[in-house]
Design a protein around this ligand. Structure first.
Ligand SMILES: Cc1cc2nc3c(=O)[nH]c(=O)nc-3n(C[C@H](O)[C@H](O)[C@H](O)COP(=O)(O)OP(=O)(O)OC[C@H]3O[C@@H](n4cnc5c(N)ncnc54)[C@H](O)[C@@H]3O)c2cc1C
Length: 429
């Protein structure tokens, strides 16, 4: 068969879902084109460590081309998806004049940070989604300490040394815990005029408990551990107003803070709203049970931009195992479709079933929470489990080794290697 006649599968996004599809789909003749606007696959669960100077950016990312280099049927295009034309079975890219046609489409473009109807807050309280976000946050925090060291006014100094994290989900908890450790342990002896151990780290959560998607005892354990680490945890509190250096809560409290970080809202990639298919309030595609788009059995949506409800009524969560499991499910469906003459009718396809492997969140040194069904772990045991799982799933032997060495070094020395501030323009001589 000439290559142009081979079934063509286009995969949009090389995150957890898109990449897993490329790695698991097997067919002798099909060709795959994977399109991502970044040249790297990003291990988002460790992004907070880049933002808090624990790891450097290349340690949690890997070039997509190199991951897929041993798969000759996969072509990688670094470009931005601008439009998906379901009716024409074609995708429009930013840098390519001709749309890319497909026989099967996998939409795996992930999510974006959302601000509950306040898009203007994005500039004041950055979210954590990409390597650029993480490096920007790290620079902002480290620069604030540098400015505090030179600041004569104690009130301004105090504002410079205050970090507010909005959102007490796993990312918010991880950020708050890591910033508290950065100021109390790592920077403790590095300054002469300021005392970094007096830095304020405030975590704001709208629910009565942090980690509200975890079992209650683990949320309570996380709250208590954070407080013991010096984090001010404000639960049942919402941000009412945000302005430069100032956070106002609905409880009436006002916090002066140089750094405000947003870990509160996640929505689907905005392209989902242009497809003409049903989406939920967060913009997630309301896919058919097999992950296909209603009315388009050749197009599938997987990962964070999908809203799927399981048979027991619980929604499939927006986590990496769900994206990877959906990718494997869709890969099998397309393999079966191609193997049977005339394809498998959409109504006969098996639904996607999510196998919940539990969840975990780290809070700080030797402190984490984890659960698998009724089995709950806290403290050191949960922390070791967290370290192991993250090392195991991080892509690339070089990255695994580099991260393992960094963690070991930090554990024994209380130091963090990635504290260089880059991107600062030197002033006049
Ligand atoms: C800070 C953070 C921490 C997290 N921690 C955990 C955790 O501990 N455990 C866990 O299970 N999950 C965690 N998650 C969630 C997990 O990362 C997601 O569920 C998972 O990445 C979803 O996979 P995906 O394939 O749907 O999307 P993603 O992995 O986000 O991939 C989407 C891809 O699409 C690309 N893309 C987007 N728009 C375009 C466009 N227009 N054109 C071209 N390419 C585009 C992006 O560059 C990206 O590569 C975390 C997420 C974040 C942000």
């Amino acid at each position: 068969m000439n290559t142009e006649q081979c079934p063509h599968i286009v995969v949009l996004g090389a995150g957890f879902g898109g990449l897993t599809f490329c790695q698991t789909f097997r067919h002798a003749e099909a060709r795959i084109t994977v399109i991502d606007r970044q040249n790297h696959h990003l291990f988002q669960p460790l992004l907070y460590q880049v933002a808090t100077a624990g790891l450097s950016a290349p340690e949690i990312a890997q070039p997509i081309r190199s991951i897929l280099s041993d798969q000759p049927n996969v072509r990688v295009l670094m470009d931005e998806v601008r439009e998906i034309r379901l009716g024409e079975r074609a995708v429009v890219l930013r840098d390519r004049p001709e749309p890319v046609g497909y026989d099967y489409l996998i939409i795996a473009l992930g999510g974006v940070t959302t601000y509950f109807g306040h898009p203007e807050w994005e500039a004041l309280a950055p979210g954590l989604k990409s390597l650029e976000d993480a490096v920007r946050i790290r620079r902002r925090v480290l620069l604030a300490f540098e400015r505090a060291e030179m600041e004569p006014d104690p009130a301004v100094q105090r504002r410079l040394m205050t970090i507010v994290v909005v959102g007490g989900g796993p990312t918010g908890v991880e950020l708050a815990g890591a910033f508290s450790e950065l100021s109390r342990n790592v920077l403790r002896t590095d300054f002469r005029r300021i005392d970094p151990t007096r830095a304020r780290v405030v975590l704001i959560e709208a629910s009565p408990v942090v980690l509200s998607n975890f079992p209650k005892d683990l949320g309570e354990n996380a709250t208590q551990t954070l407080r013991e680490m010096g984090v001010e945890v404000h639960t049942s509190a919402k941000v009412k107003a945000l302005s430069e250096g100032r956070v106002e809560l609905d409880t009436g409290e006002v916090i002066e803070a140089e750094t405000v970080l947003w870990a509160a809202g996640v929505g689907a990639n905005p392209l989902t709203r242009t497809l003409g298919v049903a989406v939920d309030r967060a913009g997630r595609i309301q896919a058919a049970p097999d992950c296909s788009l209603p009315g388009h059995p050749e197009a599938f949506a997987i990962g964070d931009l999908v809203s799927l409800v399981q048979e027991d009524g619980r929604p499939v969560p927006g986590v990496s195992p769900a994206a990877m499991q959906m990718a494997r499910h869709v890969a099998r469906l397309i393999e079966q479709d191609l193997a049977s003459p005339g394809g498998v009718p959409a109504a006969e396809r098996p639904p996607f079933r999510y196998w919940d492997k539990g969840s975990m969140a780290t809070i700080g040194r030797s402190a984490a929470v984890a659960y698998l069904r009724d089995f709950h772990l806290t403290g050191m045991t949960a922390w070791f489990a967290w370290l192991l799982v993250h090392l195991l799933f991080l892509i690339g032997f070089r990255n695994k080794l580099a991260v393992f060495l960094q963690w070991t070094y930090s554990y024994f020395t209380y130091k963090r290697g990635a504290r260089i501030i880059s991107g600062v323009r030197p002033g006049p001589p």
